[in-house]
Each structure stands twice: as C-alpha cells, then as structure tokens.
Write a protein that binds this ligand. Sequence first.
Ligand SMILES: [Zn+2]
Length: 400
Amino acid sequence: MTVALELFRSVPRYVAARAVGERLPGLIAGPLAPLRLVNRDPPEPPAEGWARVRPRLSGVCGSDLATISGRSSFYFSPLVSMPFVPGHEVVGDLGEDLDGLPAGTRVVLNPVLGCEARGLPLCPGCAAGSVDRCDRITVGHVAAGLQTGYCADTGGGWSGMLVAHRSQVHPVPDTMTDRQAVLVEPMACAIHAALRCRPEPGDTVLVVGAGTVGLLVLLALREFTEAGRITVVAKHAAQRDLARRFGASEVVAPAGAVTALRRSLRAFRLRPERGTPFLLGGVDGAIDCVGTRASLDLALRTTRAGGRVVLAGMPEGGADLAPVWFRELEVVGAYASGTETVNGDRRRAMDLAIELASELELDASATVEYPLDRWREAIDHALSAGRLGTMKVAFQPQEG
Ligand SMILES: [Zn+2]
C-alpha cells in the first residue's frame, strides 16, 4: 500500500469552492477541497518501458491550485480521469531498472503523457518532438490524462509511488539538489513560454506575474533570448525583491503598471469609460504568467500594435479581446514543453531546464516542503506563497 492525496469529483464542493474563489484560502484548503488522503495500492507499470518512481519532492503548481479551487475550465474535463493523484512537478528515484537507467537513478519527469508513453504511433506533434502538442492524450496504454498528475492510472507526485514511461524520465546530475530538481519541470515550461514570445534583440517585454512561472520566465528570457528592457508586474513586496534579483529591468505593482509603461515606452495612455486604461504604443511582447482576467487584460492592453502576447498561465477566461482585433496582436499559448530551437540547435526544454536549474541559487526560504499528511497547511501556504515570498511549496511524500 502507498499513501496518496487523491482528487475526487465532488460537484457540491466544486461549486462551493468556485464561489468562494481564493478570497478565503483557509476554506479552500479546509472542508471544501475535493482532496483526501488515502491508502491505496501503488500503480502498476501498464506496459513495457514503464517503471515505478518514488517521489522525493513534488511541487504544488498554479494549475493544481486552480483545479482544487474550481477555477479551471470545464474544457479540461475530458482530458483527465478520476480519481487522480495530483503532482506533475516531480523529482524521484526509479523503483526498477528502466531501459539503460538502473534502479535508484534520480530522475525528473516531463509529465505529458504523449503517444510514446501510450504505446501509439506518433501523432504529428509527437513526431515533431513537441509532445506538448500531442493529440492522443486520451487513448492507449493508460486512461485519459493530459499529464501524470491528471491520469487515474499513473498515480501522481503527491503520493509515495507513481509509474512513468521511459520517454518521460530525465536523469539529473548528482550535483543538483532535490530543491533545484523539483523546479526543472516548471523551468522547462518557462523556457518554452519565453521562446514562444520570440523577442528580437533589444525588444521590450512585459512579464505579468512574479510567482514561480513569472520568475522562471524572466530567468529564461535573460538566458535564452536577447530581450532588452523587461518589466515585471509583481503583486507582493517579496515578489518584487525576487524579480529584481532575477534580472528585471523594472518591477511594478499591478495598479501602477500602465502608467509605468506609458512613461518608459513614451506611449499614449487612454482611459475607456469603463475598465482599465490602455496604451497606444507599448511593449513588443508580453507574457501572462497568471491567467486571471485582470492579468490577461493588462498584457493585451499594454502590447504595441502587431506585438505578441503569450498565455503562460492557465487562463481563467473572460478577458476583453478588443485590443487583439484593434491592435492586430498575435496571441499564442505556451503549455508544458517539448523541443526548442536555441542558437540553431534543437534541444529538449527539459535538458535546457536541467542545466539552468543546476545554476539556481535558492535561499533556504525559497522552497518549503510538507509531508503529505499536512496537506491542508501545504495548500494554504501555496495559496499565500506570493505574499510570503515562497517560490515553491512541495510535498515530501517519503516523510511523515
Ligand atoms: Zn502524440
């Protein structure tokens, strides 16, 4: 048996959680959360090429919090199978030999459950190395699930044991700490998002949000692009300090963002009869790392005509698309990660992320770990991470 945090379908709790939103995080992590701690049989490898993985650390992601608090779109409902164990940001130990990797190898996961993992002929996305664009995430060897952590058959990182396919696992160097390793998957997503923005040398870029995704996107922009001035919108004082340390040219609070950009870009600011002001002129590219209506509206309203807006946070919906039409914006998504072109080379984002995360200098307070049985505290902490200056809350499933 293994201990696991399981997400189950509960329509009344879902509706209540949605109504409460994130204004009362204590209530979300309390009686309303559709999560329960269970003892269950560990998942079995479903086919050749799969192995057990014992998670050492597994992060709590913004998309997990959106799912738990009922803010994720119903669009995703056919792309998951219930009940599932969340947790897709994982560093763990292989439970058995796997295709050249000996038992005990420390690995991180690309959680996407694409054609190779499912034992299927490759779809066009997978064939091109972009497993993030897989079309077959509901069929094959395991149940529907866009990723490990949303699939009923694979288990997830918030448990003592999951199963993973060889195509998902990436060994990490011994010199890398577990705390760096648990940031590899979000770092790979951030690299993908930064490169989807495609800034030209010297381009101005706006990063909306300074949580884990925003900070790692900022780092990736500095490492893999020649973006010029980067403005970061950060809600909390602790995040503003981190954003400056991670290479922001300018850090602003959400309320002052339009004014600050108007000044630094010499753009025109207009005030509509209702809603927030917008710019004529603006940044060359913007990356929304939050996914709320307000964050996407801000990105759309401050990007110059013909500019590019990347959706890096799972979008809640409801944003006003008028500027997309009027300013002829390119709006693109950035989901998970695949293969990127860097300096003419095709590299897996996970490999780039392992290199970059190895160099991350993390304060002792940047990541906080909880045993599974303190999950309510962990979720509460994750919901307040921005204010507390915590970059990552993670479960430590082998403790407690
Ligand atoms: Zn595929």
